[in-house]
Design a protein around this ligand. Structure first.
Ligand SMILES: Nc1ncnc2c1ncn2[C@@H]1O[C@H](COP(=O)(O)OP(=O)(O)OP(=O)(O)O)[C@@H](O)[C@H]1O
Ligand SMILES: [Mg+2]
Length: 288
């Protein structure tokens, strides 16, 4: 059994304890085949939207790339999960509060390489995750891109996976390669198509991937929704702000709210703006 698998088993055995007072967080890995498709932006904003729906959310930044969650939000965390793994700090000492009360946990360079952690480090990490599990309703993990072992081990440890894809052909083929490498044991794979020009665009991309995975891998994907190309996303990245906060009425914000609602309620997206979408929009306005 490899580390990631062990991690998942231990977490779920902790979750299934008889203590009813304990919460049961849903762990969602957000990933992509190709880099730069909007993982970090969407993870952060999805977390904020979920928080506006009244859920407690933690974001784990497990990406060792450049544009990290903390950079995106202009937060400078003092400690990272590396400290938890080395048993130097507790999870609550490492957590930083972000917009709308979301909790941010920075991975820390190299620390989140689950594949190469020793036994004690994995146990320390599990302890930390168990604590987090009782604190929040959702744990979103922003993984790196691609099919590297570290990325795959996070996907393996999570219950749900969201694959971000864009209409760019290489993004589609890389997403397919990633999905092919995921271990499907009781896992739901959901897809968000980002940077679409129209609903039709999103529908085309989703059907391209889902038809291929159904035909060649016998895997049915769930369509979580589409996000339009929106200048507010780029603007918010530049100003180190979340677009859901700086541009709450933008197309991207409305789409992300819809996605959060779908995720929480297990809805399948139909791609069409309708009365229901407007209902969700009002729900968010009431909460903000
Ligand atoms: N819907 C969108 N509309 C316009 N621009 C977007 C959209 N989504 C993402 N972007 C742009 O794409 C860039 C990359 O986004 P982001 O950093 O979130 O991607 P990533 O997948 O996390 O990248 P990496 O793989 O490097 O971690 C951002 O600078 C942002 O400006
Ligand atoms: Mg990123």
């Amino acid at each position: 059994m490899d580390q990631a698998h062990k991690l998942r088993e231990l977490i779920s055995s902790g979750l299934n304890s008889d203590d009813d007072s304990k919460k049961d967080a849903k762990i969602v890995a957000i990933t992509s085949g190709k880099g730069g498709v909007g993982k970090t932006s969407l993870t952060v904003n999805l977390a904020i939207a979920m928080s506006k729906l009244g859920k407690k959310v933690a974001v784990i930044d497990a990406d060792l790339g450049m544009a990290n969650v903390d950079v995106l939000l202009g937060i400078v965390p003092k400690y990272t999960l590396a400290h938890v793994i080395r048993n130097e700090k507790t999870m609550s000492e490492v957590m930083v509060e972000g917009p709308a009360g979301i909790k941010i946990l920075s991975g820390g360079s190299g620390a989140m390489d689950l594949v190469h952690l020793d036994e004690q480090s994995v146990l320390n990490l599990i302890d930390g995750l168990m604590f987090l599990n009782n604190e929040v309703d959702y744990i979103f993990i922003d993984t790196g891109a691609g099919i590297g072992k570290s990325v795959l081990s996070f996907i393996e440890a999570a219950e749900d996976v969201i694959v971000i894809v864009t209409p760019d052909p290489t993004s589609i083929t890389d997403a397919y390669a990633l999905i092919k490498n995921i271990n499907y044991d009781e896992k739901n794979v959901k897809v968000i198509v980002n940077r679409v020009e129209s609903n039709k665009d999103g529908k085309n991309v989703f059907s391209k991937i889902s038809l291929a995975t159904e035909k060649f891998l016998n895997i049915e994907l769930e369509n979580l929704g589409y996000i339009y190309e929106d200048k507010h996303v780029k603007k918010s990245v530049r100003s180190q702000n979340a677009f859901l906060i700086s541009a709450p009425h933008s197309l991207a914000s409305h789409a992300v709210e819809m996605l959060a609602y779908n995720l929480e309620n297990n809805n399948v997206f139909d791609g069409q703006p309708n009365r229901f979408n407007r209902f969700v929009g009002r729900l968010f306005r009431l909460n903000s």
